[in-house]
Design a protein around this ligand. Structure first.
Ligand code: NDP
Length: 453
């Protein structure tokens, strides 16, 4: 909402959020995600009464379907363990439900509803025919043996399989779900459905996976930053960058930054941050990949190995950098972190993680002219290549790495263009507004065409 917002619009937004909070009590992440979008969509629908009259935005804040289920499995000591699994099928107006599966101890209905809601806008922004969904479980893969993870994934899929399929709902990975977990789940899906179809993406290359999928979210996040910088007369080369996290998105964000000549000085995990003033190079990054994907160790081991500073219990945002890439988790940059980033000369933020900046942090960026690439635009590269994996599976062929990288680059450039087109505000580009409105229109028009349902 900007300073020209009328009292009528402000009242409508307040009324809308009151209703949403009442219908969805104790779901703070979901409230936060909806407010971030409603701030732009409420004024937009009031200016475009066809959407307001059909109550499109109200409908879009109520998921099509929520599925929750019990997941029982046996640990290595023979104890029976019970977790809760979820699939949120948020909206399939423009294509089958599509979105990742998260395994993390803090997974709740609120977290998955926020992710599924965001996913609907993100998938629309890619220009590909994908609806929005998300799923997961409150299962913590950390410290579990390979066999325990396998048994959990198989049990999870034994229930989930009846809700998914290539024309219905196509899950992928997310936090705690990488290639290993997708493989266990796809194996079980294939076995019990007796079908070899593209019902999951992020599969191994030997069984229907796509080149560039592993790299896509991180690479896309850097491409989006590159386009924001170029559009505003800046360059990426030589810039000092903070990246948070050390999982899939963080690793490939760092990789692309290094390839393009930027200097990456941080990575982190939930225990702390490494600060390498010499810069992380390709060789050091390979160490991180082995550490995280094979050894499943902690990022502190990087500091011990390469003799750099380790900031125990700290996030990277107090380190002086020009560019920030939050790639770990939601709400990892708060107002104070954002102020510190600005004070230290940060000029742009591109979000690899989903909703990593709090609303107050976003306010700080906007007040200080920091270019802000919101997650639904900046990290859409992952789902975009998942969409391309679905296309390749349907056609029963595989495109080359170069072809896929070119398509990813093109999709990210088009997302940037859409954000610029819909995000003009007082002579500037408000990328959050652009992403929200750009993602909304296609879904809303499809819903209008279907009539009331
Ligand atoms: P991974 O599980 O591969 O890595 C997550 C990283 O974030 C780990 O380093 C983890 O550290 C850290 N982390 C997780 N929770 C916290 C926390 N509470 N505080 C500090 N650090 C934390 O996940 P991904 O890289 O796949 O996903 C990261 C983010 O990117 C998520 O927000 C996800 O939704 C988003 N995303 C992912 C996509 C993908 O293709 N994978 C696509 C689009 C968005 P630790 O090991 O200590 O937990």
């Amino acid at each position: 909402m900007n300073r020209h917002t009328s009292p009528k619009t402000q009242a409508r937004l307040a009324d809308f959020m009151d209703g949403l909070n009442r219908r969805n009590p104790h779901q703070p992440e979901f409230h936060q995600a909806v407010l971030e979008v409603a701030t732009h969509i409420i004024p937009f629908v009031l200016e475009n009464p066809k959407y307001e009259n059909a109550r499109i935005f109200e409908r879009l804040t109520e998921p099509d379907r929520l599925v929750t289920f019990r997941v029982c499995w046996e640990d290595d000591e023979g104890n029976v363990r019970v977790n809760r699994g979820y699939r949120i099928q948020h909206c399939n107006a423009i294509g089958p439900y599509k979105g990742g599966i998260r395994f993390h101890h803090d997974v709740t209905l609120s977290v998955l509803k926020f992710l599924a809601f965001e996913q609907t806008f993100k998938n629309s922004l890619t220009g590909l025919p994908m609806g929005g969904g998300k799923g997961g479980a409150d299962f913590n893969p950390k410290g579990k043996s390979e066999r325990e993870v396998m048994r959990f994934c198989q049990s999870f899929m034994t229930e989930l399989f009846r809700h998914i399929g290539p024309y219905t709902d196509v899950p992928a990975g997310d936090t705690g779900v990488g290639g290993r977990e997708i493989s266990f789940m796809f194996g079980q899906f294939k076995r019990i459905s007796n079908q070899f179809t593209g019902a999951l993406t992020g599969k191994g290359l030997a069984f229907g996976g796509s080149e560039i999928r592993v790299e896509a979210t991180g690479y896309g996040c850097v491409y989006f930053m590159l386009d924001m910088l170029k559009h505003h007369g800046h360059d990426l080369e030589g810039k000092t960058c903070a990246v948070s996290g050390s999982g899939n998105v963080a690793q490939y964000t760092a990789e692309k930054l290094i390839q393009l000549g930027a200097k990456v000085v941080t990575l982190s995990d939930s225990d702390g941050t490494i600060y390498d003033t010499a810069g992380i190079d390709a060789e050091k990054l390979e160490f991180v990949k082995q550490l995280k994907e094979v050894k499943r160790g902690r990022i502190q081991e990087y500091a011990d190995h390469f003799h750099c500073e380790y900031l125990a219990g700290k996030r990277p945002w107090a380190v002086p950098v020009e560019l920030a890439f939050p790639c770990a988790t939601q709400n990892e940059i708060d107002e104070e972190d954002a102020q510190t980033l600005v004070k230290n000369g940060c000029i742009a933020v591109s979000e690899g993680a989903n909703m990593p900046s709090t609303q107050r942090a976003i306010d700080v960026y906007q007040l200080n002219g920091v270019l802000f690439g919101p997650s639904k635009a900046a990290n859409a590269g992952g789902v975009a290549v998942s969409g391309l994996e679905m296309t390749q599976n349907s056609m029963r062929l595989s495109w080359s790495r170069d072809e896929l990288n070119t398509r990813l680059r093109d999709i990210m450039a088009k997302i940037h263009e859409r954000c610029v087109k819909h995000g003009r505000q007082d002579g500037q580009v408000d990328y959050l507004k652009g992403a929200n409105i750009g993602g909304f229109i296609k879904v809303a028009d499809a819903m209008l065409a279907y009539g009331v349902m």
